[in-house]
Design a protein around this ligand. Structure first.
Ligand SMILES: Nc1ncnc2c1ncn2[C@@H]1O[C@H](COP(=O)(O)OP(=O)(O)O)[C@@H](O)[C@H]1O
Ligand SMILES: [Mg+2]
Length: 287
């Protein structure tokens, strides 16, 4: 049946032309970025955004020029976590201007386009894919040493769009908690990366052990060691563990970097190990 709702041949051509133009712009932006790292996991709530934001900040603090692309359109938390949630995106030369967070970190998040923080994004896949491609093509990212992409949980539309937009990305960091349910979902994320021929930089086990601030005793609230076991079974590097620390919640909620002197030593030390492992991996890949 040829319904009247079908796009005309002319409209299809225009859509295709726009897509190709956008693709060219994406390739041009990617050419100006030295390293592209995707942060993903099978599950939500495991600390992807926390890792993405603080990896970005750690690199920026080291003097690198860093961008953070929030690809979680339904749960755009990086704006709050970087203290840029009240920024409305400005335009210059027809390009969106990223918000500038502490240490010069450039951030783009759906949260900056919503009327208020309780407004949901109710879009089907093709619209979400298009806005993500705009977040690359139509943003003045400039020359970057690193672009960190914070992905939503799972292996759906958004990771696929980002992976296809950046076929030459350095790779994927997988964040898991120690529980079996998280590990199982992360195996899927690793196989997703493999199918798309993206390197797996490694696995981070977050919320791994809690040291009681009162008695100093360590409790494995969500169990421990599962991330490392899963990494070795899947044949991918293990980048380190991050402990469960209550201050992480308050610092993330108030947009403060975990690299700050005020952050508990345990989380700062653990982050330094993870960032060091990521840097070692990138240096190895370059050689
Ligand atoms: N190591 C940690 N210790 C304590 N709280 C954490 C830790 N990592 C993350 N959180 C908290 O857990 C919640 C979920 O983290 P988030 O990064 O948003 O997960 P995701 O992006 O995977 O959904 C946030 O409130 C965050 O502050
Ligand atoms: Mg998140």
């Amino acid at each position: 049946m040829s319904g009247s709702n079908e796009p005309t041949a002319e409209a299809q051509q225009q859509t295709q032309a726009r897509y190709e133009q956008q693709q060219k712009a994406i390739e041009q932006r990617a050419g100006e970025i030295q390293h592209i790292i995707l942060v993903m996991s099978g599950k939500g709530g495991v600390g992807k955004s926390t890792v993405a934001v603080n990896l970005a900040w750690a690199l920026a603090l080291g003097g690198e020029s860093v961008g953070l692309l929030d690809a979680d359109l339904h749960g755009p938390n990086t704006a709050l976590m970087t203290g840029t949630q009240d920024t409305r995106l400005g335009m210059r030369n027809n390009l969106m201007q990223p918000a500038i967070a502490a240490h010069g970190l450039k951030v783009i998040s759906m949260a900056m386009l919503l009327d208020d923080r309780d407004t949901p994004t109710i879009w089907r896949g093709p619209l979400r894919a298009n806005v993500l491609r705009q977040f690359i093509a139509e943003v003045e990212w400039g020359q970057l040493d690193y672009l960190i992409v914070d992905l939503p949980p799972g292996t759906g539309d958004e990771p696929l769009t980002i992976a296809q937009a950046f076929p030459d990305a350095d790779g994927v960091i997988i964040v898991t908690t120690p529980q079996q349910v998280s590990q199982d979902d992360c195996r899927k994320a690793i196989n997703f990366a493999r199918k798309l021929e993206l390197a797996v930089i490694g696995v981070i086990e977050n919320m791994s052990g809690f040291v009681c601030p009162h008695c100093g005793k360590e409790t494995a609230i969500f169990s421990q060691g599962g991330g490392e076991t899963m990494a070795s079974e899947m044949g991918v590097p293990f980048l380190g563990t991050l402990p469960l620390v209550p201050e992480v919640v308050t610092m993330c909620d108030s947009g403060r970097p975990l690299t700050d002197q005020q952050a508990p030593q345990a989380i700062r030390d653990a982050f330094a190990v993870v960032v060091g492992a990521v840097n070692d991996h990138l240096a190895e890949q370059e050689n």
